[in-house]
Design a protein around this ligand. Structure first.
Ligand code: IPM
Ligand code: MG
Length: 358
């Protein structure tokens, strides 16, 4: 019996609802597989914790989760706390020190889900976006002076290091190579941003030499949004900076039918630290407590977690169960135009896990 230690950080808003659903599904997978077990520790960090303690997680928070095999994260954000505090106090406070520099965002049109793009199915839209997750526009470099005076000034400096760009580029080329089409698109804005983005292009060219079997091309980020909409079938693996990929991945999620199904993995490829898996939808306070949050983004993130843990069979089984459930519109939550509740979708996935044969 292999036991994995999972740290669950549901966070705020619908985070708790989807993470509870995710853990139910995870335990169902363990029962079905028979030879794996998940010990889940819960951490009540986030906005409510902040209101009591003045910080998003305890000072030794990272030490409490450093030795877990993986982290399952819900969402952090609170209507009464500025977004930059909730972001930097929890998610980035884990991602950056744990060097989860590769943020991986698969996008695909699941069975039963309709893209807002006409006649587009998973044959045309099956992408994986690799987001640089440790520096760039999210480096945190900058300052604000003379606050409130007419002379007020502020900077947010995007900082790119050769080491940082080389490692994300290598990761993206390797991921592209592992996929059937072996196709990578490198996104920048190297016409207007003439320093770091040009370095990014140069490094792409260098790393490409290590991957002669991968076909690659370059896109400027503005033109990339058009290509995603107009010619989705020409894309496969995509690599972009922290901010560019943040924006492109919301577009990708919308084109795939709903932000509610989109998963992500914050990966530390060297495995020095645990990696963290989360749905990308955020806290969604407008629907919090109603029991209608779409748990599919969390389930798919759980698939990525199982994959990362090396449990390929369990990952494939869970993905198949998810796809059986999305294929049935009666099991769609309201974000997909359906009437199902979180609990209905969750129960159906668990039934498929137990029912589905090899
Ligand atoms: C994402 C989110 C976050 C980000 C927000 C919540 C700060 O949009 O994961 O894409 O920008 O990184
Ligand atoms: Mg985003």
């Amino acid at each position: 019996m292999k036991t994995y230690k999972i740290a669950a950080i549901p966070g705020d808003g619908i985070g708790t609802e989807v993470i509870n659903a995710g853990i139910e599904v995870l335990q169902a997978i363990a029962t079905r597989e028979g030879n794996i077990k998940f010990d889940v520790d819960h951490f009540d960090w986030g906005g409510e914790y902040y209101k009591k303690h003045g910080r998003m997680m305890p000072e030794n928070g990272r030490d409490q989760i450093r030795n877990h095999d993986a982290i399952l994260f819900g969402s952090a954000g609170h209507p009464e706390i500025p977004d930059h505090i909730t972001l930097w106090g929890l998610r980035l406070a884990i991602c950056q020190p744990f060097d989860q520099y590769a943020n991986v965002r698969p996008t695909r049109i699941l069975p039963g889900i309709t893209s807002p793009l006409r006649n587009v199915t998973d044959k045309e839209l099956n992408w994986i976006i690799v987001r640089e997750n440790s520096e760039g526009e999210y480096a945190g470099v900058g300052g604000r002076v003379h606050q409130g005076s007419p002379l007020e000034a502020a900077t947010d400096v995007a900082m790119f290091t050769r080491a940082g760009v080389e490692r994300i580029m290598r990761f993206a080329f390797a991921l592209a190579r592992s996929r059937p089409r072996k196709l990578l698109t490198v996104v920048t804005k190297s016409n207007a941003q003439r320093h770091a983005m040009v370095m990014w292009d140069d490094i792409a060219k260098e790393i490409a030499l290590e991957f002669p079997d991968v076909t690659w091309d370059k896109m400027l980020v503005d033109a990339m949004t058009m290509r995603m909409v107009m010619r989705p079938e020409t894309l496969d693996t995509i690599v972009a900076t922290n901010l560019h990929a943040d924006i492109l991945s919301d577009l990708a999620a919308a084109l795939a039918g709903s932000l509610g199904i989109a998963p992500t993995g914050n990966i530390n490829p060297e495995r020095t630290f645990p990696s963290m898996f989360e749905p990308i939808h955020g806290s969604a306070f407008d629907i919090t407590g109603k029991g209608i949050a779409n748990p599919v983004g969390t389930f798919w993130s759980t698939v990525m977690m199982l994959d990362h843990l090396g449990e390929k069979g369990a990952a494939a089984r869970l993905m198949k169960a998810i796809e059986c459930v999305t294929a049935d519109p009666k099991l769609h939550t309201p974000d997909l135009g359906g009437k199902a509740r979180t609990a209905d979708t969750t129960k159906a996935v668990i039934q498929k896990i137990h029912g589905a044969n090899e």
